[in-house]
Design a protein around this ligand. Structure first.
Ligand code: GLY
Ligand code: MN
Ligand code: MN
Length: 463
């Protein structure tokens, strides 16, 4: 938790962005696995965490913009809670730590909102992403649970996005704390990438490092020899010499801030020449993208430049042909790189996407493309100092996609399908780092994690 001044300043800034009415914040509650006391790991809502810093269930908060009142609603524990959970500080004392003087029982929330609705005042709320909170809003505001998202406040969501998009010094420190844990995770993952080991042994080991680091995983890790399946959460394969192991994982610091790193590791410690050529291409895409990060440039432009590097290099390898710019414009590169270059990152690994992915990554001047590949670019707008982004190019050989495009002769002017066939069982390579946009350019966050091909090979061999 930060000092209370930080939460006070954050709320004071937000107050100035939304004109009138009430801002309603719902915290997250426990989510049971099967019976109520057997819960998934508790995770507070990130916007609640950002403005109120309290990370436990059963909370809501209201900022009355017209009266300038800020109230947290929640219940103190009773004897039954104390028996199972141990003694807990009072809500009042917890609220003092975040600069809130007005705390009330949760039962007071509903009458307060009903009175506001009766008076015709606007109650702003953020789009819910959990069913429980959609139902809670239904109860509180009388809007049907399945329609509640349509009534979420765009003004409120955009104000929160604008504020959370610019990371402060303390936030960067927390992201870098998560990245320090990531660095330890990748040291072990690389050392363990030996023939005979299973994916799940590595997945389990790195998850243990995240837990031992005081936090946990930011999202379910991808640890796979089939990196061509982008969200591959199967961990049952046994590694063989010559496989490429793709590990995409993040740590979440105790404060909730996350990291998001990907490395692709040659099992046994040697890239073969084909793997090395593709690896160097992805690295070149990432280096080019990183070198372009600076305020004022659009992330779409950087994404497209990385795509041009891919086309140039795959032409050298004989897998593509034709004019590079024309190939990128047509979207031919998306056969190999069907996702976006990156996304914002912070309290959420895909930061603020619950509030509206397009509002996070696009603006009035930056419209989303419908083209296959480019449509998945989550961040396209101009960069500003304080943005934290992932830079995560990849190259994948996805057999089903190759078959479909080849049968359709799609972009046959640019793709040499006969040559691509030789890479059918290749898998995929992605390299991902987290970078801060600074006034002068950028800074890759966190301690270095082996990335040059020779460094990665050495990290596998030096166990
Ligand atoms: N780990 C998901 C991503 O890299 O976006
Ligand atoms: Mn990732
Ligand atoms: Mn990512």
């Amino acid at each position: 938790m930060f000092d209370k001044k930080i939460y006070q300043q954050r709320r004071a800034k937000l107050l100035r962005q939304v004109k009138s009415g009430l801002l309603l914040f719902l915290g997250n509650n426990e989510s049971p696995m099967n019976y109520p006391a057997n819960t998934y790991h508790y995770r507070q809502d990130s916007s609640f965490l950002y403005f109120f810093g309290l990370s436990f269930p059963g909370l809501a908060a209201v900022i009355d913009l017209d009266e300038g009142r800020q109230t947290v609603f929640g219940n103190d524990v009773d004897m039954e809670d104390i028996i199972w959970m141990g003694p807990q500080p009072s809500l009042k004392s917890r609220c003092q730590k975040i600069g809130i003087g007005d705390s009330r029982p949760l039962a007071d929330l509903s009458p307060l909102l009903q009175e506001a609705v009766r008076q015709g005042r606007k109650v702003h709320f953020l789009p819910p992403y959990r069913g429980e909170n959609a139902l809670w809003l239904e109860k509180l505001l009388g809007i049907r649970g399945d329609a509640v998202k349509d009534y979420a406040s765009a003004e409120f969501a955009k104000a929160v996005i604008a504020q959370r998009s610019l990371k402060s010094k303390e936030e960067i420190q927390e992201i870098e704390a998560a990245l320090a844990v990531s660095a330890a995770m990748y040291r072990e993952a690389m050392a363990m990438a030996q023939p005979g080991i299973t994916e799940r042994e590595i997945a389990g080991f790195i998850e243990g490092i995240a837990l031992a680091g005081g936090g946990r995983m930011a999202f379910p890790a991808i640890v796979t020899v089939h990196g061509e399946t982008l969200h591959n959460h199967f961990h049952g394969n046994r590694l063989e010499e010559g496989d490429l192991l793709l590990v995409d994982s993040g740590a979440e610091a105790e404060s909730g801030y996350s990291s998001d790193i990907t490395r692709t590791i040659p099992v046994g410690g040697r890239f073969d020449p084909g793997q090395k050529a593709v690896y160097e291409t992805v690295l070149d895409m990432q280096r080019t993208a990183l070198s372009m990060l600076r305020p004022g440039i659009s992330y779409r432009r950087i994404h497209l430049r990385a795509c041009a590097v891919l086309v140039e290099r795959l032409k050298d390898m004989g897998l593509m042909r034709g004019d590079t710019d024309a190939a990128v414009e047509a979207g031919a590169h998306a056969l190999f790189f069907p996702h976006g270059l990156g996304h914002m990152m912070g309290l959420d690994v895909h930061d603020m996407e619950d509030l509206g992915e397009t509002w996070v990554g696009y603006d009035d001047k930056t419209r989303r493309s419908q083209q296959f590949g480019l449509a998945y670019l989550r961040m396209a707008k101009k960069l500003e100092p304080g943005h934290v982004l992932t830079v995560e190019p990849g190259i994948y050989f996805i057999p089903a996609l190759i078959d479909q495009w080849r049968a359709e002769k799609r972009h046959a002017d640019f793709v040499r399908y006969d040559k691509v066939e030789k890479f059918r069982g290749f898998g995929g390579i992605r390299i991902e780092d987290d970078a801060l946009v600074t006034v002068r350019g950028h800074r890759v966050l966190g301690p270095p994690i082996p990335k040059e091909s020779a460094e990665v090979e050495a990290a596998v061999r030096h166990r």
